[in-house]
Write a protein that binds this ligand. Sequence first.
Ligand SMILES: [Zn+2]
Length: 74
Amino acid sequence: MITCSDAVRQLWSFLDGEVAGPERTALEEHLGVCRRCCGELEFAGELRGFLRAHASEELPAEARTLLTSYLDEL
Ligand SMILES: [Zn+2]
């Protein structure tokens, strides 16, 4: 079983469909049992959607600060 930090590190690649093979299996397995990382995946998915929708805009400094402090807690 991979650790939460391993799972979180791969989340964005996973959302991009860039994680394949045994790594993907391990990640899906982890997400299946780990409630915390499931929340993480949802958060990352939402965030990606937001960033994509606002791709041409600068991320507001406030949002950046929030995001950074959030990521620091992982
Ligand atoms: Zn986890």
